[in-house]
Design a protein around this ligand. Structure first.
Ligand SMILES: [Mn+2]
Length: 322
């Protein structure tokens, strides 16, 4: 599979790389990390990063903002970290000569002439470390330090600094491989986790006011009024998603963010045990078993979601402390 992908990269002069909308460090790291690998090893190729430019990700990469071109039949399209075509950020990913999917999410929609999906990987960046190492051993690829930095960043992001249950021995081996290269990992992590003052204060509001049910469901409504008070966008508010995750007795938690622009609620679900992505799928969303997103059209639907999640928490048996 990896060799098949590298051969496709070799066969095309123009390569468009996409990732999912509202990108996280794994989306950006995989997209820009793959671009850096291609540019280092095939300098004559043209690589275009597709999707909205996101300022909060500039410490990792910028998009090719000045381009409104789209792939044509003689271009290769690679989509990173995106389970279904609806979530692809940017137009035209179906217009290339060939489309490749590289992803670690549970398969929501199978797409791509080549589809490489590895749900046991912590991150798409972990998969791309495998691709880079295959390129190195079979195709004499060089791995530039900026690619190593980006791939490392994506692994750190999706594993929460190697703390989440998706961290495997292979994850650490891949991260260790990237640390061999010349970049400042400590500086990267500091930039990753520093928070603006308004976010720190907003976190204080969440920590003070979230609700915890008797069944172990934590929840918090983020009103538009709150967003305005802290001068935050709906997207920025996601930074506090794990702020009370260490609360004793908490099994799963959910944030409802009032999105006045789209007249609905952005729903962010997280879990430490109960499988919550089925609830997300019932409400216009999806994602991982322990981390999902959904949309609720009104307050009533948020209450339905709360009830479904609370029932899941109630029936979930925690493994006793060892
Ligand atoms: Mn990911």
């Amino acid at each position: 599979m990896k060799q098949q992908i590298i051969k496709a990269i070799e066969a095309y002069q123009v390569i468009y790389i996409y990732r999912h909308e509202r990108p996280d460090p794994d989306a950006i790291g995989s997209q820009a990390g793959l671009a850096a690998l291609i540019k280092a090893n095939y300098p004559e190729k043209q690589v275009v990063l597709m999707g909205e430019d996101d300022e909060s990700m500039h410490f990792l990469a910028r998009m090719n903002k000045d381009t409104d071109e789209k792939p044509s039949g003689d271009a290769l399209v690679i989509v990173c970290d995106t389970a279904n075509t609806e979530r692809i950020d940017g137009e035209g990913s179906e217009d290339g000569g060939k489309r490749i999917k590289i992803d670690h999410h549970p398969e929501v929609e199978s797409y791509g002439d080549i589809s490489w999906v590895q749900t046991e990987s912590s991150s798409t960046c972990e998969m791309l470390v495998g691709l880079a190492l295959e390129g190195e051993s079979v195709f004499k690829w060089q791995i530039p330090a900026d690619a190593a930095r980006l791939l490392y960043a994506g692994i750190v992001g999706d594993t929460g600094r190697f703390q989440f249950s998706n961290t495997t021995p292979e994850t650490l081996r891949c991260a260790a491989e990237m640390l061999e290269y010349d970049f400042d990992a400590a500086e990267l992590i500091t930039r990753f986790y520093k928070s603006e003052e308004k976010l720190v204060r907003f976190r204080g509001e969440v920590l003070t006011n979230f609700t915890l049910t008797g069944n172990g469901l934590g929840y918090m409504y983020i009103t538009n009024d709150m967003l305005e008070r802290y001068r935050l966008t709906v997207n920025e508010s996601s930074a506090v998603i794990n702020s009370f995750s260490d609360t004793e007795g908490l099994k799963a938690w959910v944030f409802f963010v009032e999105d006045t622009e789209n007249q609905n609620y952005r729903v962010r679900l997280r879990s430490k045990g109960p499988v919550i992505n089925e609830v997300a799928q019932n409400h216009n969303g999806g994602g991982h078993p322990m981390a999902s997103g959904a949309k609720a059209k009104d307050k009533k639907e948020t209450e339905d979601i709360l009830e479904e999640l609370d029932m899941l928490c109630k029936s979930y048996k925690e493994t006793p402390d060892k």
